[in-house]
Write a protein that binds this ligand. Structure first.
Ligand SMILES: NC(=O)c1ccc[n+]([C@@H]2O[C@H](COP(=O)([O-])OP(=O)(O)OC[C@H]3O[C@@H](n4cnc5c(N)ncnc54)[C@H](OP(=O)(O)O)[C@@H]3O)[C@@H](O)[C@H]2O)c1
Length: 321
């Protein structure tokens, strides 16, 4: 079958680590299911994999890709939960120290077929296309957990979302609006700020701009480039929920600001299988849909990876094997 694999690692030129070619069919262990992949959405995780972050050399070559929607062996339309962890671990699968994402230890989804534990399949509602459904398991699930579990936000409060063009950020704008929060967003580019407004942001600002008032919560996935602004934008006692650092880790945590203002910094990662099922239900009930930047054939996956690496994206890039 055709698949996209990381065959090496390069921090500077992640595309050079990508190889598209024929590979063996997946092994399907007991309790696992073979899914015919209909659509895959790209995530910044795929760029990190090609840079060698989270994917050490001894695991190469590895099929990359976390998200998929497709058809299982019974002919049912399914969405794949990308987190492989023990659901019985105290505190849940996300706290399991052996937790892994598809494409880290087991072959990922950028292929014609993928094997996954049967428990990781969530039914796809008929009203959701495969292209829309495949955007949910990573970026949208991460945004869902950040907003509705980790943030402590209640409807009517204000949330600032940094880096509006990104997959997680644009999902957070749509979900935040649906959740009844006042949604403010920042972006470096005017076209992305316009896009954030289209998605439902109540107000948009240039990255780093002074806000008219302080916010209750910041949704942070940009990292070093926005971290200081996130801290400065919070009300005393406010909370940053952080799930990523695309622009780099910030070695200066500005600790004095954190303790003088009694701020909270809360980590968040992906989401549980139950949360994915609730997210799918929310999308189905409200009619909100992931915005798709472009749909590409698997043979053109390099174009999508390049766009993500350069930040040239509005929402999600979808690949059709
Ligand atoms: N912990 C988890 O479970 C989890 C899950 C999903 C994602 N993540 C992480 O979260 C991050 C975002 O993921 P994604 O898939 O949404 O990535 P993405 O689609 O590539 O979005 C990245 C966004 O970050 C902003 N950005 C990048 N560099 C910047 C800079 N130098 N200055 C200001 N803004 C910058 C850009 O927003 P603007 O151009 O609009 O300013 C860009 O659109 C990644 O680091 C990813 O690894 C973590």
């Amino acid at each position: 079958m055709l698949a996209a694999r990381a065959v090496s690692a390069s921090m500077e030129d992640p595309l050079s680590a990508l190889e598209l070619g024929q590979v063996d069919e997946p092994d399907v262990p007991d309790g696992w299911e073979l899914v015919e992949v209909k659509a895959v959405s790209l995530n910044h995780h795929d760029v990190w994999s090609l840079r060698g972050i989270g994917l050490p050399e001894e695991r190469l070559p590895m099929i990359i890709g976390c998200d998929a929607a497709g058809i299982d062996s019974k002919g049912d339309e399914v969405i794949v939960h990308a987190v492989l962890g023990d659901p019985d671990f105290p505190g849940g699968e996300l706290l399991d120290p052996k937790r892994t994402l598809l494409s880290e230890l087991h072959p990922g989804t950028l292929a014609e077929r993928v094997a996954v534990p049967r428990r990781n399949l969530v039914p796809k509602p008929p009203d959701l296309s495969f292209e829309e459904a495949c955007c949910l398991p990573t970026a949208w699930l991460t945004a869902y957990r950040m907003l509705f579990d980790r943030s402590g936000l209640t409807p009517g409060q204000t949330v600032l979302i940094q880096g509006a063009g990104g997959g997680v950020a644009s999902a957070a704008i749509e979900l935040g609006r649906a959740g009844g929060f006042r949604v403010w967003a920042t972006s470096r580019e005017e076209r992305k700020r316009d896009y954030a407004t289209e998605l439902g942001a109540h107000a948009v600002f240039e990255s780093g701009a002074r806000l008219p008032e302080k916010v209750d919560v910041v949704i942070e996935t940009v990292g070093k480039a926005t971290w200081g602004h996130s801290l400065r934008s919070l009300k005393p006692g406010g909370r940053i929920v952080v799930a990523g650092a695309t622009s780099g880790m910030d070695p200066s945590a500005e600790l004095s600001r954190v303790f003088f203002k009694e701020l909270e910094v809360v980590g968040s990662t992906m989401g549980t299988l139950d949360e994915l099922a609730r997210l799918v239900s929310l999308v189905d009930l409200t009619g909100i849909r992931p915005r798709i930047d472009r749909v590409l054939a698997l043979s053109d996956v390099g174009e999508g990876i390049r766009a993500l690496a350069e930040g040239d994206v509005l929402g999600k890039i979808v690949i059709k094997p």
